[in-house]
Unconditional design. Sequence first.
Length: 145
Amino acid sequence: MKSFSNQKGFSLVELLLVVVIIGIVAAMAVPAYQKGIRAAENGSIFGILRTVSSTQVQFFSQNNRFATLPEINSSMSNAIGVTTADKVVRGRYVFEMPPGTTNATLAEGYTVSAVRSVSDDVVYRYELNQSGKITRILPLGGPND
């Protein structure tokens, strides 16, 4: 019979230690990765809202009223996202105007909100109005409050 004492390799304890270390590193890296994804999504939404604002100004100069979201999305060749009734969906964000928005109310001004609501995650809500100002509504306590 052969003796196993001269064999080279890793012991079970060493392998478990490596697995635990990898688990700890992953536990620290995943939240940072998710935070980076949220920051990139939010930056993208700010860019889209700025584009919506400039498109609204152009639409108003041609039609004497601001546009609905489907009209804006159509004029931008569906660059905002997918139109569903009076909303536009882009990834995890939904763009919408307040209920009851009519051509008469759009002659005076507009409000577009972008809401990111994913279960088990932070809810983000941004609003854009006819002044071109983008305001973060949720989450509370940020630099834009």
